[in-house]
Design a protein around this ligand. Structure first.
Ligand SMILES: [Zn+2]
Ligand SMILES: [Zn+2]
Length: 94
């Protein structure tokens, strides 16, 4: 399967944004921007972690924003890099 993704252009940064559904470049661009990604040039992007100084992303994991490694905390899975919190699925509350 070929999917359009947004990658970070910083050296050594492995961040990437994979859209939940495959979509066109315009939609992808808007979705990435709403999560904190920034377009640098027509083809180059910077990830939220690099923009806020918490990057570069060196380990990949489950983060929906930058695909970085997450740490499981009480409030959810917190991204080690960009700080995105993904709430645990409801079944964890049982
Ligand atoms: Zn980055
Ligand atoms: Zn992240």
């Amino acid at each position: 399967m070929i999917r359009t993704v947004v990658t970070c252009d910083a050296t050594a940064c492995m961040a990437l944004y994979i859209p939940p559904v495959d979509c066109g470049a315009d939609v992808l661009e808007r979705a990435a921007r709403s999560l904190g990604w920034k377009r640098r040039t027509a083809t180059a992007h910077a990830c939220p972690s690099c923009l806020t100084g918490t990057g570069p992303v060196l380990e990949l994991g489950e983060c929906p924003t930058c695909a970085g490694r997450t740490v499981d905390l009480a409030e959810g899975a917190v991204c080690h890099y960009c700080g995105t919190v993904t709430e645990h699925p409801a079944e964890d509350d049982l």
